[in-house]
Write a protein that binds this ligand. Structure first.
Ligand code: NAD
Length: 324
């Protein structure tokens, strides 16, 4: 199958692309190498993809998904049969003055992808939503049927808007779409702005790390290989008939506090963190907790890598990368 993967230089897309290539799919990777993230890391991920099993099936195009003529030309040239849309401006803590950039990338960009995917009549469009759509007032464990209409950040609002747009396109154009609500994803080649790698780096360097809200927030940390497996399983199973649109949680269903997560990391590293407590950040939810049963019902799969196992693998990768 020819699969267009947007955000291909990003963290999750890296693992999804590797998995698709390994099973013999052709992957057309698209990314604008957004400078709001770590561009050197994005380039390193792309270089690595070119060395993995099935790498001859990988093509990269530096396209911005908001650039409608370039995206249309790409669809016409490459004729993808399915799309995994992971490109986005990420992070619930948006710096002041960046709301428009979030809406541009996450809503307008997604709209262009929906347009092209509909016109090309792809067999399935799978796209990244987020646990943040549950916002305020959702009762844990979060189920997909919850209202999800009290977002706490612009980022969460853009992800919810994507779900609504996808629903409309599925209804109007018969485009099969699946929105995946990822819960705090971590693992090798991860994002340095997220807690797991921030913590790891700070413990290694002996520098102080900030623990927001004393680390009492609960997160349903989900290992990236589990997430990649879930994406591919869902991709292979578009809904056969109406409504043709669904959203599914991709999380383990076993939240832990950020403090407990840090303790596991300290134990694996055999070193203590120097912790500075900082106030809880606006935009952050107190707790995220997936109910993964719909994903399991529809794909036979649920994320299974424990925090202990996932962090052990992350630390092994980190040592290998840093030569320590
Ligand atoms: P990431 O930042 O590593 O990857 C996103 C990629 O999209 C980046 O490489 C970036 O350059 C690219 N991009 C941004 N704007 C673009 C544009 N206009 N055109 C083309 N490319 C563009 O983030 P990630 O953690 O891999 O997240 C992947 C997806 O999953 C995102 O949609 C994110 O919102 C969602 N998500 C991630 C998590 C998580 O814990 N990592 C949780 C929930 C949802």
């Amino acid at each position: 199958m020819r699969v267009l993967v947007t955000g291909a230089a990003g963290f999750i897309a890296h693992h999804v692309s590797a998995r698709l290539l390994a099973r013999g799919d052709a992957v057309i990777g698209v990314d604008n190498l957004d400078p709001s993230g770590d561009v050197a890391l994005k380039q390193a991920r792309l270089t690595r993809l070119g060395t993995l099993p099935g790498a001859t099936g990988f093509t990269f195009r530096p396209v911005d998904v908001t650039d409608s003529p370039s995206l249309r030309a790409l669809f016409e040239e490459m004729r993808p049969e399915a799309v995994v849309h992971l490109a986005a401006r990420v992070g619930v803590r948006a710096p002041a003055g960046t709301a428009q950039a979030y809406v541009d990338a996450n809503v307008s960009g997604f709209l262009q992808v929906l347009e092209q995917a509909s016109a090309a009549r792809v067999r399935h469009l799978v796209y990244a939503s987020s646990s943040s759509v549950y916002g305020a007032g959702s009762v844990p464990p979060f189920q997909e049927g919850a209202a999800a209409d009290h977002p706490l950040s612009v980022y969460a609002a853009t992800k919810r808007a994507d779900e609504l747009l996808a629903h409309a396109y599925s209804h109007l154009h018969g485009l099969p779409t699946s929105g995946l609500r990822f819960f705090t994803v971590y693992g090798p080649w991860g994002r340095p702005d997220m807690a797991p790698l921030r913590f790891l780096q700070a413990i290694r360097d002996g520098t102080e790390l900030s623990l927001h809200g004393e680390g009492r927030m609960q997160r349903d940390f989900t290992y990236v290989e589990d997430v990649a497996e879930a994406v591919v399983r869902v991709l292979d199973r578009p809904l056969p008939g109406a409504p043709r649109h669904r959203v599914l949680n991709v999380g383990r269903g076993e939240p832990v506090s950020v403090r407990a997560f840090l303790s596991v990391l300290e134990r694996i590293l055999g070193a203590r963190a120097r912790v500075k407590s900082t106030p809880a950040q606006p935009g952050e939810m107190d707790a995220t907790w997936a109910d993964p049963s719909a994903l399991e019902r529809e794909t036979g799969f649920r994320p299974r890598v424990s925090v202990e196992e996932g962090l052990t693998r992350l630390v092994a990768w980190f040592h290998e990368q840093s030569g320590t």
